[in-house]
Design a protein around this ligand. Sequence first.
Ligand SMILES: NC(=O)c1ccc[n+]([C@@H]2O[C@H](COP(=O)([O-])OP(=O)(O)OC[C@H]3O[C@@H](n4cnc5c(N)ncnc54)[C@H](OP(=O)(O)O)[C@@H]3O)[C@@H](O)[C@H]2O)c1
Length: 257
Amino acid sequence: MTTSILVTGGTGTLGRPVAQRLRDAGASVTVLSRHRRDTADGVQYTAGDLSTGEGIEAATRGAEVIVHCAGSSKGDEEKTRTLVSAARDARHIVLVSVVGADRVPQVSAIDKTLFGYFGMKLATERVVEQSGIGWTTLRASQFLGLIWTVARALAKFPVVPVPAGRFQPVEVTEVAERMAELALGEPSGLVPDMAGPTIYPAAELISSYLSAVGKRRPLLPVPLPGQAARAVRAGAVVAPDRAVGKRTWEEFLAARV
Ligand SMILES: NC(=O)c1ccc[n+]([C@@H]2O[C@H](COP(=O)([O-])OP(=O)(O)OC[C@H]3O[C@@H](n4cnc5c(N)ncnc54)[C@H](OP(=O)(O)O)[C@@H]3O)[C@@H](O)[C@H]2O)c1
C-alpha cells in the first residue's frame, strides 16, 4: 500500500529534495508550508503555519509518516510541539537536527544569543522523542549553501570579520537522500550524524569564497566570548568520524561561480 507522507517545510532547501525523492520512491507526498503552491509535480501542497497552528490539524490528517524539515532560527521547539500534538495518525516522525546540538553549552545569555540555535535544536529533539510517536532524528552539519550565504554576507564588509571555529559543510541533496531513506524505514531513534567530507577553519571557508568570486579583502579574526563559542572553536559542530558526505566545498564553489 502507498505510504502517506507529510513533509513539513517541503518547499525549503532541504524539504524540497526530500519531497521529490519520496515521490520518486512511490510515496503519496504532501508538503506543508505557510505559502500555498500549485500542485504540479506529483506532490500535494497544503498551507499551514506551525507558529499559529492554523491548518496543521488538516495537514497532518492521514499522514502515517512525517518528515519534519520546517525550521528557522527561532521557535522550532514550540512549532514542533504544535506539530506532534496534531499528528494523531502518524506512526513515525523523522526530524532533521544539527551536528553538535548536544555539545554547544547554553550557560550564559551570550551563549544563547550567539549559539542559541543549537539549544533550540536539542529542545526540539526532546519534543520529538517525547511525542509518543516512533521517531528518527538525523543531525546534519551546515549545508554548503548556508556557508555560501554566510560568506557572501560577510564579504560585503571592507574588512571581513571571521569568528574562529571549524565547520564540515555537507551537500543538502545528500542529506535529503538520507532523510528520504530514513522516512521509508522504521523508527530508529538518534541515527549517526551526517557531515561533509572535509573540516575547514572558518577563515579558510571565507578566503576560498573570496578567491572563487574574485574579491580581495583582509580578514579580521573575531574572538567570540562565552562557553558556546569556546566549544565551537574546539570542534563541537564537526563530526570527524561521520565525514560521509561526498561533495566538497571546492566542488560546490566551482559549480557556483
Ligand atoms: N541550513 C543548514 O545548514 C542546516 C543544517 C542542519 C540542519 N538544518 C535544519 O534543516 C531544516 C531545514 O532547513 P532549510 O535550510 O531547508 O530551511 P529553509 O530553506 O529556510 O526552509 C524552511 C521551510 O520551512 C517552512 N516554514 C518555515 N516556517 C514555517 C511555519 N511557521 N509553518 C510551516 N512551515 C514553515 C518554509 O516555507 P514557508 O516559508 O512557505 O512557510 C520552508 O519550506 C531546519 O530545521 C534546519 O534547522 C539546516
